[in-house]
Ligand binder design. Structure first.
Ligand SMILES: CC(C)(COP(=O)(O)OP(=O)(O)OC[C@H]1O[C@@H](n2cnc3c(N)ncnc32)[C@H](O)[C@@H]1OP(=O)(O)O)[C@@H](O)C(=O)NCCC(=O)NCCS
Length: 167
């Protein structure tokens, strides 16, 4: 079951993100890895900035979360995390498809350039990488992240974005 997360889910979202983000350990550049990967303050900051988390529930427990954030003229998919032991069973796909249906705006997704599994996952769902020059511009325009994170990230866009903004 997919449902919108609420205040009571804060702790669980925090646990899922930090369990799932272990996938990055030893893969993304060491200077951008930290533990916990996302602190409670950072998570609260993201929610305060308009990220709405949706969760996939199994047996009454959240096992995956994905955030959606409207920024100017695009929708961002943020912080997609499925518990390590629940991966490769279609949960991420269901969450992503559900969130895509929630918006009529072009959708952008940013992730680490080294997270090849995530890039493959999004490509399977019809997203395409934007050029390196374009991703720098988009990350500066729509995200609030450090220059180092911009340097080490990529951006994928859906067909709607390519049709609207790519000539
Ligand atoms: C990216 C992520 C959210 C995807 O979630 P997921 O639940 O594993 O996604 P799915 O199960 O829908 O799809 C993953 C793969 O499993 C396959 N799969 C889906 N259902 C399956 C099933 N029933 N049996 C076997 N494989 C299946 C998919 O085809 C997909 O294959 P791919 O790796 O070749 O793309 C998850 O890998 C994750 O949390 N990763 C760590 C954090 C991360 O990288 N987040 C993205 C940052 S933006």
């Amino acid at each position: 079951m997919i449902r919108q997360c609420n205040n009571k889910d804060f702790e669980t979202i925090y646990v899922i993100i930090n369990d799932s983000a272990q996938a990055y350990k030893g893969v993304i550049p060491p200077d951008v890895w930290k533990e916990p990967y996302m602190s409670k303050d950072e998570l609260q900051h993201e929610i305060d900035n308009g990220i709405v988390f949706w969760g996939y529930e199994e047996g009454g427990e959240l096992v995956g979360v994905m955030g959606i954030q409207q920024v100017q003229d695009v929708t961002l998919i943020r912080h997609a995390y499925v518990c390590t032991v629940k991966r490769n069973r279609g949960i991420g796909s269901k969450l992503l498809s559900y969130l895509q249906e929630q918006t009529t705006w072009p959708v952008l997704i940013g992730t680490w350039a080294d997270a090849i599994w995530a890039i493959r996952f999004y490509k399977k769902h019809g997203f395409r990488l934007v050029t390196l020059k374009e991703k720098d511009r988009l990350l500066r325009k729509y995200w609030s992240i450090s220059e180092r994170q911009i340097e080490t990230s990529i951006v994928l866009a859906d067909q709607k974005w390519f049709s609207a903004y790519w000539y």
